[in-house]
Each structure stands twice: as structure tokens, then as C-alpha cells.
Design a binder for this molecule. Structure first.
Ligand code: IPM
Ligand code: MG
Length: 371
């Protein structure tokens, strides 16, 4: 039996609470699903800053590189508003993405039927919604140089961020999108701003050229990124796979996720390239939601996105797609039974906290495993 190496980086705010539920689920998978894990834990974000003065230590990055799967809770909070820019909590997450070369960020936006009424859009627009946003994660304006604020000496300053993409970065993310589309609805929509940005022009050309090199069975469309923002709230079900750059992907994935009723529901995967020798790839899984400092420590947080992140790890890193489906089914069943954390609660439903929601999902996983 293969032993999988997991690194848990719970982080800040509600991170440790939602990670606690995942730890229990890991125990269940060992006891009841015949899996074997070697689990390590470390700090990231503000928690790492408080302990070590940096947002992630070299030794935590080394552990992340050695792990089959990194699970990350959340980083950040007002407590660290004043820390130096390079040590801010987000810097820990960005360093992990860059050092592990996690260039492909998969952000599914799925609307569970039981939650369609929690969406800000009408039920018929979102019921059954199933979009996969593929966001480029190690390039573009997040990492381009120069990145600086320069004193102009005349009382003025100039801030520069650099949006930069090279061909290979666009090719590899486009391939991820086409390959995912093949096992879903077989459609990819690529978003950029070729009407104002050189990087958008190259993005468009390279995605088109990559499509011609063995992916023509997949339907490809292009859309300007602003128009996509509009279409996502007008008629979101028109999309299957969306592929876009780091910054547009950050914005559009927040829009898409809110269509589903709650940020507290959505997992994400950040994947590196497959090592041809071992077939393995670096991988980090995290909820799309943030650290929610306002409810941290109160036992109110929704653990579903964190649990679903372990589900994605089962599918994309641990070779257990059927177990991933089982976890998803358990979540859907628990929602259908009427249990809700505060973020997804509505009239007539039963409000529960983090642990009770974790109990319910884990209990349902055990029941489905035994069936
Ligand atoms: C995300 C977050 C991060 C990002 C922050 C925390 C640096 O918003 O993962 O979407 O901008 O990428
Ligand atoms: Mg974001």
C-alpha cells in the first residue's frame, strides 16, 4: 500500500479550524478506506511571521517540495496589516506557488442544487452550474519585474507592476485547459485583453496555435476579459472551462465562485508540471475562501471548501478519483439533508457550526464507504 506524504499548512484565521475537520477525515480514510498517510504540519502566513519573522520558512518550503500533497487553510488578517511588505502573510502563499512552480490553478465553480437559492443570481441561471476556471498562477503581473515604487525626486512617486508572459507559459496552461475540457464539456473559453495589451495579443495567438497542435477536437472560443466578467453574471452556464492569466483569473474566479452561493464551498488545486521520471507533480490544495478573521476561533466556519480540497487532492494527486466522487457525494447529501453553516444558512434550514458540519460529512463518507 502506497503511503502518501501530506503537509498541512493550516495558516491563519479560520484555517486551523477547517483544517481540524480535514485531519479527522484523513483519519477516516486511513481507518475505513485503506489509505495510508504520513502527515506533517507547519506554519504559513501570519502564524509563520509570529513564530519566525517570515511568511513561510525555507524548511516549510522544503517540506512542501517533498510532499505528495500540500493542504493549505488560509493566510492573512488585520493583525498583520503593519508587517513589512515582503513578510506579509500573502507572501508565504506566493512563495510556495513560485518555488513549487504551481503554474496551473484549477478553480471549479459548482452550484450544488441544494444551494441554488443562496446565489445572488436567480436559481434558473445557476442551478447545475459547473465551470472550471484554469488560472495561470506563476506568471503575469504577480511576479513580473520590475515591480517597484520609485521616488521621482519632485515630490512624486511612480509605481510599476509588469505584466509579462512568454510563449511556454501560455502553451502549458492552454494544454491543461484543453485536457481538462476533454473529460468535461469539451469547450474552452480563453480570456485576455488583446485589444489593449501586448500580453493579451500573444496569449490569444499562442492559445490558438496550441489548439491547432492536437486539440482541435475541443471547441475553443476567445472572449475579452471584461466581457467575460459580464457574461459570468448574465449567463454563467454558457461556460465549461475558462483559461486566463494570473490577474484576470484572480478576479474572474471570485466572480464565478459567488455564483455558487458561498465562497465557503469551493476548493482549488494548484499544480506543477509532471516529472517525466516519476510521473509526480507538486500540488497544493486550498479553499478559495480567505481567513475570515471576523469569525475565526468561534467554531462557525464552513469546513466544506477545505474538505472538498482534500477531495480534489484524492482526484488529481492521489489516484483515487472514485474516493473524490464519494466525498463530493457526501457533501451534496449533507446539504440536501438541510444542515447549513451560517454562510449558507437560509430560513427553514438547520444552522450548525464547524465541528457539527465536519461530523455530518465524515459520517456520510463512512456510510457511503460501508455501503
Ligand atoms: C487568491 C488570493 C491570492 C491571490 C492572495 C491571497 C495573494 O486572492 O488565491 O485568489 O491574489 O492570488
Ligand atoms: Mg483571489
Amino acid at each position: 500500500m502506497a503511503t502518501h506524504k501530506l503537509l498541512l499548512l493550516a495558516g491563519d484565521g479560520i484555517g486551523p479550524e477547517v483544517m481540524g475537520e480535514v485531519k479527522r477525515l484523513i483519519g477516516t480514510l486511513e481507518a475505513k478506506a485503506g489509505m495510508s498517510f504520513e502527515v506533517e504540519e507547519d506554519l504559513v502566513g501570519g502564524a509563520a511571521y509570529d513564530a519566525h519573522g517570515v511568511a513561510v520558512t525555507d524548511s516549510a518550503v522544503a517540506k512542501a517540495k517533498a510532499a505528495d500533497v500540500v493542504l493549505l487553510g488560509a493566510v492573512g488578517g488585520p493583525k498583520w496589516d503593519g508587517v513589512p511588505y515582503d513578510a506579509r502573510p500573502e507572501a508565504g502563499l506566493l512563495r510556495l506557488r513560485k518555488d513549487l512552480e504551481l503554474f496551473a490553478n484549477l478553480r471549479p465553480a459548482i452550484c450544488y442544487p441544494a444551494l441554488a437559492d443562496a446565489s445572488s443570481l436567480k436559481r434558473e441561471l445557476v442551478d447545475g452550474l459547473d465551470i472550471m476556471i484554469v488560472r495561470e498562477l506563476t506568471g503575469g503581473v504577480y511576479f513580473g519585474e520590475p515591480k517597484e515604487i520609485v521616488d521621482l525626486g519632485n515630490g512624486q512617486q511612480r509605481a510599476v507592476d509588469t505584466q509579462v508572459y512568454e510563449t511556454y507559459e501560455i502553451v502549458r496552461i492552454a494544454k491543461v485547459a484543453f485536457e481538462l475540457a476533454r473529460v468535461r464539456g469539451n469547450r474552452v473559453t480563453s480570456a485576455e485583453k488583446r485589444n489593449v495589451m501586448k500580453s493579451g495579443l500573444l496569449w490569444n495567438q499562442v492559445v490558438t496555435a496550441t489548439h491547432k497542435q492536437g486539440y482541435e477536437d475541443v471547441k475553443l472560443d476567445h472572449m475579452l476579459a471584461d466581457a467575460m466578467g459580464m457574461q459570468l453574471v448574465r449567463a454563467p452556464k454558457q461556460f465549461d472551462v475558462i483559461v486566463t492569466d494570473n490577474l484576470f483569473g484572480d478576479v474572474l474566479s471570485d466572480v464565478a465562485s459567488m455564483l455558487t452561493g458561498s465562497l465557503g464551498m469551493l476548493p482549488s488545486a494548484s499544480l506543477g508540471a509532471e516529472d517525466p521520471a516519476t510521473g509526480k507533480r507538486h500540488a497544493l490544495y486550498e479553499p478559495v475562501h480567505g481567513s475570515a478573521p471576523d469569525i475565526a476561533g468561534k467554531g462557525l466556519a464552513n469546513p466544506i471548501a477545505m474538505i472538498a480540497s482534500l477531495g480534489m487532492a484524492l482526484k488529481y494527486s492521489l489516484g483515487k478519483p472514485e474516493l473524490a466522487d464519494l466525498v463530493d457525494r457526501a457533501i451534496a447529501d449533507v446539504l440536501a439533508s438541510g444542515l447549513r453553516t451560517g454562510d449558507i444558512w437560509s430560513e427553514g434550514k438547520t444552522k450548525v457550526g464547524t465541528t457539527a458540519m465536519g461530523d455530518a460529512v465524515i459520517g456520510r463518507v463512512e456510510a457511503l464507504l460501508a455501503a
